[in-house]
Write a protein that binds this ligand. Structure first.
Ligand code: SF4
Length: 434
């Protein structure tokens, strides 16, 4: 039995880097330190259906047939080259070198490229471009934060070790007593398991986040709140929360889809960032988005280095254009414009609006995914990759923007290739065909 230590968990944006895997005859049989979902990712990598050979079918009603890699790459390249509006989407559960190759391919085929942030933290990343990014590292939160806000997020379920490693229970340099040294505020319409741990739970009415931030900002600046109830919360409770925020030594706002995908979207985040700016007149306060997939942040970084924009980039005119609402992958599918799609390391079939999924079922679809998913069952071509962070190395960006090196723990199944190699091969074939 081999024991491998200090592995980065490739599941959620917390990217815990203290995982230990016990490997027996090429299989991970035990983990230490991982939460239950992280443990599942390591130990169930085979999955119910693990693809290990390229599969193809001309007609989506037919059964898949096994084909060789050269033929699969050629057919993929032909589909992308012959399409008028090809899409490349996903990327959030793979490493950054695959992102680079995906961006090169999108530019070459003059396609539209985006990642899963489109349906989660997209509004956050464009708000950051609008009004700035007052961020810190998770290490600073652990060592310094005495006031922590979780807004529209439920880490007890979505990021199970976040509160114990950084946000709430962790003992830090200036917070030696852990939980006892921190005040926790949860803003959520629901009584979540995270809310049950809060010192103050602001039970905001659904879709009233913008109103609540505005009230917090007004009260912070010394204005009297005129209504008794704002966004479903008594004004006395809002004023009490403002006192806690003002008197923090170091405050942190963690926010997630409960704010980014409610009414107001990126305007909610714009104004939340302004709240952080206002708070810095009194104390030190920063914010960090709770990123979901382990490397959703990595794609937004890579996409920005290469194109200047974090997602929703349209290369159809030969240069990058960014106009979410028009240049999103979901927008293109919903308008029935897209006529081919390559999906990698994501499952839009399970998460996109029904109309977008319907379009995916009508157009040629290539899926690069190790497992059977609601997306892969709609595909014409399935290309089987290795799993980055378990069967392959790479780089991923934690939710606070810190890049971490992913380890190879075990060998991949025969017949699979790293995502970046698959994309390189498709690029080479596209170059030959164009
Ligand atoms: Fe993995 Fe996230 Fe669990 Fe950490 S909290 S072990 S990164 S799934």
């Amino acid at each position: 039995m081999e024991v491998i230590k200090n592995i980065v968990c490739p599941f959620c944006g917390t990217l815990c880097d203290d995982i230990e895997c016990h490997v027996d005859h090429g299989h991970i049989v035990k983990t230490r330190n991982a939460c239950r979902i992280g443990h599942s990712k390591f130990t169930h990598r085979e999955g119910a259906v693990r693809y290990t050979e390229p599969l193809f079918r001309e007609n989506k009603k037919d059964e898949f047939k096994v084909i060789d890699w050269d033929t699969a790459i050629e057919k993929t390249a032909e589909i992308l080259v012959n399409a008028k509006k090809p899409l490349i989407y996903g990327f959030s559960a793979t490493e950054c070198h695959a992102h680079i190759e995906g961006m090169k391919l999108a530019e070459k085929i003059r396609g539209l490229v985006s990642n899963t942030a489109e349906v989660c933290h997209g509004p956050s990343v464009w708000a950051l471009q609008d009004v700035g990014y007052p961020i810190c590292t998770l290490g600073e939160v652990k060592n310094r934060a005495d006031v922590v806000i979780y807004w529209g997020s439920n880490p007890m379920h979505a990021h199970p070790r976040h509160m114990s490693r950084y946000g709430v229970f962790a003992r830090g340099f200036f917070r030696e007593r852990g939980r006892k040294d921190r005040t926790v505020i949860v803003i959520d319409p629901r009584e979540t398991d995270t809310a049950k741990l809060a010192d103050i739970h602001l039970k905001v009415d659904p879709h009233k986040d913008y109103e609540l931030v505005s009230a917090l900002r007004a009260s912070l600046k010394g204005f009297e709140l005129k209504s008794d109830i704002i966004a479903g919360i008594p004004k006395e409770t809002i004023e009490k929360a403002v006192e806690v925020l003002k008197n923090a030594q170091f405050g942190e706002l963690f926010f997630a889809m409960g704010v980014t995908q409610t009414k107001g979207k990126h305007r909610n985040i714009d104004t939340a960032i302004q709240l952080i700016v206002d708070l810095n007149a009194f104390t030190k306060f920063t914010l960090i988005p709770m990123r979901g997939h382990y490397n959703v942040n990595g794609f937004n970084q890579v996409c920005t280095w290469i194109s200047g924009f974090p997602l929703c980039v349209d290369y159809s005119k030969g240069f990058p254009e960014f106009n979410p609402g028009e240049t999103g992958v979901t927008d293109s599918l919903m308008r029935n414009e897209a006529d081919a799609m390559l999906n990698i390391a994501s499952d839009p079939g399970a998460h996109f609006p029904q109309k977008a999924v319907k379009r995916m079922s009508e157009i040629p679809l290539i899926c690069i995914d190790p497992h059977e998913t609601p997306t892969s069952v709609l595909a014409n071509i399935i290309l089987p990759p290795t799993i980055a962070g378990i069967e392959d190395t790479g780089t991923a960006y934690r939710m606070d923007g810190v890049p971490l090196e992913l380890k190879k723990v075990i060998n991949p199944p025969n017949g699979t290739l790293p995502d970046r190699e698959i994309l390189k091969k498709i690029f080479k074939k596209v170059e030959e065909l164009i």
